[in-house]
Write a protein that binds this ligand. Structure first.
Ligand SMILES: Nc1ncnc2c1ncn2[C@@H]1O[C@H](COP(=O)(O)OP(=O)(O)OP(=O)(O)O)[C@@H](O)[C@H]1O
Length: 599
């Protein structure tokens, strides 16, 4: 939503309760929408952005509500004192649940959220201290500086102040260093790990973040309702929150408010109209929501928010607007020390990988020195990509050793190897297509900054964020993509996407660059430009190991070649020698290879 619309929306929200003609019912309804929005904003981050489906958010609302209800009624605590305690209780429980359940993949994770969602519902209903199924009544209303928030109009500003603060913080978070990592969780986790992103921790972080927002909603709910009972924290409410997220647009923060509004208004209208039309008081809203969900998933997978954006002519949301400016000048990021020219950077020694009975890499060994481009070539299925994956820690080696700058790296995780200064590109381009070119490259520099979730959410990381974006922009200029900083990465041609991957790897400030088929899909001119970029990097002292099928390209730019076939090393040496090696010509394609011989 652009700035003018945001201001108009906030002004409308602020004015509504001040207008005496505004019906009390509207205020009550808006209060419920605000409370739901808080929960759904968390779900947008968790499910829409992070790809982790939870049916159990209502349980966290319940934890917040019961904690404050119990402490204020049984122990006489001030409601304001209970807020940090509510957040602690919810945060600790969410952390515990997250650490255990987020390891589950596929449908096991949503199933587990249903399981613990139900468990908490029954726990609330069976605890003596919580009044069993009757719940806790007589919860004290909130008051602020002597001003009572007992009425709907009184607590309205607090609810919406917190809901809008959550929108602001969440949008900040998603636009920051940790936010880029979070946006990589769905569909780019393996790639992100190769740039040092601890995806397992970020999953727990967004799980706790979503739970805390639900906990705040529960705290507010208890003091608004002045009573709590288990029913609003059951599984059906967990499902309803998910409805709201999907209908509003699970990937859009403002979609949380839209989804909550649509679902709650619709629910109310259905409850009004069904008895009049059908002479029944049955809860038909779930059926209507089910149908609505099917229609939305069929015709508007991204929910209703993108339609609202289009209607408002505000297609370019804030993220794009923010990216629309040139990244400001910023001091350069620190660089790691470089090895001296000729120093051995990578040593691969008798490395082996077996997939069951198949020996994909058979005791391969070679070296890469600083300021050298080494090509790993061989026919399809020779084991080149597997060798890459062994070096970068994506696959564990069956045996053998890889050393980087003299340090053994075999056995380390992809993340740990990236941290040491190994950057890579992928055989099949792995970008985040919905993110800008600049943001994709900034993800490559993840390890060069230490901005955390709190700084990201509060947007107190401006200087550090500027330095990251400036570095990303510098790397994009370096590889010739300076005109595309703000383009969506998915809109680039395949060749440009490959170059973007190189810029992203460079943003990590690597000592060794591993490029998997960088010239695949590039046009002749683009290949020439790529060769110029790689030669320039070599001149700057970078070590490069590349897998490539384009022999002309390989022969032109490499210093040294390693030829593989059926997992074994067939030959190695300077390109001219390899080009005329009868054993290579014979084995490479089962005879004289024109391309190799004349490349
Ligand atoms: N995860 C895996 N499980 C089982 N076999 C695998 C796996 N990954 C690769 N292989 C097999 O290992 C062999 C080497 O594959 P690899 O992808 O490393 O070859 P490549 O030289 O990179 O081929 P290309 O040039 O076609 O990419 C192939 O026979 C392949 O089928």
């Amino acid at each position: 939503m652009n700035r003018a619309y945001t201001l108009a929306f906030v002004a409308l929200l602020a004015l509504l309760p001040l207008i005496p003609a505004t019906p009390e019912f509207w205020i009550t309804q808006l209060n419920y929408i605000g409370l739901s929005s808080l929960v759904v904003i968390g779900l947008v981050v968790l499910t829409g952005v992070g790809g982790l489906t939870s049916f159990g958010q209502a349980a966290f609302v319940g934890m917040g509500a019961y904690t404050t209800a119990y402490l204020t009624t049984a122990l006489g605590w001030s409601p304001w004192l209970t807020l940090p305690l509510c957040l602690t209780v919810v945060g600790v429980i969410a952390y515990g649940l997250g650490v255990v359940t987020l390891r589950l993949s596929g449908h096991y994770l949503p199933l587990s959220t249903i399981a613990w969602g139900l468990s908490f519902f029954y726990l609330f209903g069976n605890m003596e201290a919580f009044g069993k199924y009757d719940g806790i009544a007589g919860v004290e209303p909130l008051s602020l500086f002597g001003w009572s928030l007992a009425s709907g109009r009184g607590i309205y500003y607090l609810i919406w102040g917190l809901a809008l603060a959550a929108v602001w913080a969440t949008r900040n978070l998603l636009d920051s260093r940790p936010g880029r990592a979070i946006r990589a969780l769905k569909g780019g986790a393996g790639m992100a790990e190769s740039f040092g992103v601890d995806t397992a921790s970020y999953k727990v972080v967004i799980f706790v973040y979503a739970a805390l927002l639900a906990g705040i909603s529960g705290w507010l709910y208890a003091h608004m309702q002045r009573a709590v009972s288990p029913s609003p924290f059951g599984l059906n409410y967990g499902i309803e929150y998910l409805f709201m997220a999907v209908i509003g647009g699970a990937g859009h923060v403002w979609g949380a408010i839209l989804g909550s509004t649509v679902v709650l208004v619709l629910k109310d209208q259905i409850q009004n109209w069904v008895p009049r039309l059908f002479d029944t008081t049955a809860n038909l809203e779930m059926i209507v929501f089910g149908v609505l969900l099917v229609v939305v998933l069929q015709y508007a997978r991204d929910g209703l928010w993108p339609y609202v954006q289009r209607l408002a002519g505000a297609r370019a949301g804030r993220r794009a607007a923010r990216g629309g400016e040139e990244p400001p000048e910023a001091p350069p990021l620190p660089q790691r020390p470089r090895p001296t020219e000729g120093e051995v950077v990578l040593e691969v020694e008798a490395i082996r990988k077996e997939f069951g009975g198949l020996v994909a890499v058979n005791d391969i060994g070679f070296r890469v020195r600083a300021g050298e481009i080494v090509g790993l070539i061989g026919p399809n299925g020779a084991g080149k990509s597997t060798t890459f994956n062994l070096i970068t820690g994506v696959l564990p080696a069956t045996c053998g050793e890889v050393r980087f700058l003299g340090k053994r790296i075999s056995g380390l995780s992809a993340r740990a190897i990236a941290r040491l200064g190994v950057g890579r590109s992928f055989q099949h381009v792995q970008l985040l297509p919905g993110m800008s070119v600049l943001e994709n490259v900034a993800l490559g520099a993840h390890l060069r900054s230490n901005v955390g979730v709190v700084a990201g959410a509060l947007h107190s990381e401006r200087a550090r964020e500027a330095a990251l974006l400036h570095e990303a922009s510098r790397q994009l200029q370096r590889v010739g993509l300076g005109d595309y900083l703000h383009e969506q990465a998915g809109n680039l041609a395949l060749g440009q996407q490959r170059i973007l991957e190189i810029a992203r790897a460079l943003a990590a400030d690597p000592v060794l660059l591993l490029l998997d088929e960088p010239a695949a899909g590039l046009r002749y001119k683009e290949k020439q430009e790529l060769a110029a970029v790689l030669s320039q990097l070599r001149a700057e002292g970078m070590s490069i190991l590349l897998v490539e099928h384009d022999m002309e390209f390989v022969m032109r730019i490499t210093n040294h070649l390693v030829v593989m076939d059926f997992g074994t090393k067939l030959a190695e040496g300077p390109p001219v020698e390899i080009q005329s090696s009868p054993v290579v010509l014979e084995a490479y394609l089962g005879g004289v290879d024109e391309e190799l011989a004349h490349g």
